[in-house]
Design a protein around this ligand. Structure first.
Ligand code: AMP
Length: 146
């Protein structure tokens, strides 16, 4: 079975390079299209609800910085056109699954730190994405210091 449309989920750190490269490699061998996504978690969501201050300006800056970082990263890969770069806001699992369905992606590629112990209990995006995924999910093992 060959993949047609691969969605790469990235956290915009330098760690996402091996994740993108693995996806590009698979895309090349299967002649698949590639899309890339980063999800910004709204600050109120990250802090669990009520924050007694206006976060609009900070969130706008966060969005602009993420946009610039996403563009810079994606520009290194000619196979990822501007229309295929997605910057979303919300809960990563929900947004990434929704985008995968909307764009008819058949593989999501994500990094994984292979955590164990307490860190595993705290969860990871890779674990989270597996639950209820609308398509295959490949987790690319990343080097970890923990
Ligand atoms: P972590 O949950 O920090 O272990 O992240 C593991 C992987 O999940 C990263 O290498 C990315 O592939 C993906 N990821 C983490 N955060 C996000 C995010 N906000 N948006 C999209 N993908 C993400």
């Amino acid at each position: 079975m060959s993949y047609q449309h691969i969605l790469i989920a990235i956290d915009l750190t330098e760690e996402c390079t091996p994740v993108i490269e693995r996806a590009v490699e698979i895309a090349r061998s299967t002649d698949a299209r590639i899309s890339i996504v980063h999800v910004i978690e709204p600050m109120a969501m990250a802090f669990g609800g009520d924050v007694p201050m206006d976060l609009t300006l900070i969130q706008q800056q966060q969005f602009e910085q993420a946009r610039a970082a996403l563009e810079k990263l994606a520009a290194r890969y000619p196979g990822i056109s501007e229309q295929q770069r997605h910057l979303l806001s919300g809960q990563p699992r929900h947004e990434i699954h929704h985008l995968a369905v909307e764009q008819s992606c058949d593989l999501i590629v994500v990094g994984s730190h292979g955590r164990h112990g307490l860190a595993l209990l705290l969860g990871s995006t890779a674990n989270d994405l597996l639950h209820g995924a609308p398509c295959d999910v490949l987790s690319v093992r990343l080097k970890t210091s923990s």
